[in-house]
Design a protein. Structure first.
Length: 405
């Protein structure tokens, strides 16, 4: 049978998951290499690679190639069935280890994992024995399950791999949804588990479609379309959901952390520009610097600048500015950064006349620790020039109203 007869739509159901799973593996590969000693990361990487192999070897073109190279008709059947069975057992093992913790060595956990390994290893051996006993002389690239549904030994092999797959998906899905309902989970982990649960539940639909088509053959009916047309796109969707479920907890946390880093870097820009006023100092720019390194350098530059301003800080102005902000109607959380902005601007103005002369070591004001705290809030306050001006004018008016002694 010529594989070119198959439509592009059927091919997409096999190669689209390969692309998605490969991309997911590529996303996790740096973390796997970096943390190679982490058994969970290695297991996830192996599981994604195994899932990718299933779709590669289940594609009609690959089936024809494998049969031709090995010179054994339909040898792809036990190969693909074995990969699916191994994937089913590996998923179950991974969820058990993930939920209980990789370091868990309790009797219950070890017994459960031992049963999974023994049971699914036995299924794989049985698949090859049954294939060796079956008579499968007609090569089938797409409809082998239904074509040989009534053939001795091959019939048992088909049912065995489908039931093994169904049992694993059912138990895995139940474990995942029970895990979601219990415990305080990270938001990204919870989202990833929901995708995994949906993926394994969708896999049950794949098994149901295959079994329905096989049982229909037993009863003399023809529901082959469930196996050849419905099952491939269903398992395609399932693979995408499972890949996304495994990647999301790590990719989501990574992207969220990167986003927060860039936001913090952007929020500190006004204060960074203010600290550069009157000085040629600036944070060195490196094209390949990571966002975390750029943020650290900007924070360090700002804090060093504030420490150099320590001797010029007017503590009385800071108190007046804070009281002025409160009088203008702002709460303490808003008034404090506004008062700090006024104090820093005043310190910079006070420092300028003395530049160029031999400077003494900075004197640390008692309020410097207060200034160094919450630099992000101070930087955000710098964006509200009208509010700063109002606080400065109110503080100046209060200073003028105080009688000289």
């Amino acid at each position: 049978m010529n594989p070119s007869r198959f439509s592009a739509g059927h091919d997409l159901a096999f190669w689209l998951p390969v692309a998605v799973l490969t991309a997911a593996l590529a996303v996790k590969l740096p973390g796997i290499v970096k943390l190679w000693k982490d058994p969970f990361l290695r297991a996830v990487g192996g599981l994604l690679a195994l899932a990718c192999a299933i779709f590669v070897f289940a594609a009609p073109q690959t089936i024809a190639w494998t049969n031709r190279v090995t010179e054994v008709r339909n040898i792809s059947a036990p190969l693909v069935y074995s990969l699916i069975t191994a994937f089913s057992g590996a998923c179950l093992l991974l969820i058990i280890a993930w939920r209980n913790g990789v370091s868990d060595r309790s009797v219950t956990t070890r017994r459960a994992m031992r049963w999974v390994i023994t049971g699914y290893s036995g299924v794989i051996v049985a698949l090859w024995v049954l294939f060796a006993l079956a008579d499968v002389q007609v090569e089938r690239l797409r409809d082998l399950d239904t074509y040989y549904a009534t053939t001795p030994f091959m019939r048992e092999e088909i049912v065995l791999y489908l039931l093994g797959h169904a049992v694993a998906c059912l138990i895995t899905s139940k474990l995942i949804w029970n895990w979601i309902r219990t415990g305080d989970l990270d938001v990204w982990l919870r989202r990833g588990l929901k995708l995994l649960g949906a993926g394994y539940a969708t896999n049950l639909l794949f098994t149901a479609a295959k079994l329905s088509a096989v049982v229909a053959r037993w009863t003399g009916h023809d529901l082959d379309r469930l196996s050849t047309d419905l099952a491939p796109p269903v398992v395609c969707v399932s693979a995408i959901l499972i890949a996304a479920g495994f990647v999301l907890p790590y990719a989501g946390q990574y992207l969220h952390s990167r986003w927060r880093t860039r936001i913090c870097h952007w929020r500190l820009r006004p204060l960074y520009l203010l600290m550069r006023t009157g000085t040629s100092d600036r944070v060195p720019f490196k094209l390949r610097a990571t966002p975390e390194l750029r943020l650290t350098r900007r924070e360090t530059f700002i804090r060093d600048g504030l420490l150099r301003l320590g001797r010029y800080v007017d503590e009385d102005l800071g108190r007046r500015s804070y009281d002025a902000a409160l009088c203008l109607g702002w709460d303490a959380d808003r008034a404090k950064p506004l008062a700090r902005v006024v104090t820093i601007q005043d310190a910079i103005e006070s420092r300028r006349p003395s530049q160029g002369r031999g400077a003494c070591p900075p004197l640390h004001s008692p309020d410097m620790e207060d200034l160094l705290e919450g630099i992000e809030a101070v930087s955000l306050a710098l964006r509200h020039t009208d509010d700063i001006r109002a606080v400065r004018e109110r503080a100046a008016a209060e200073a003028e109203s105080v009688p000289a002694t």
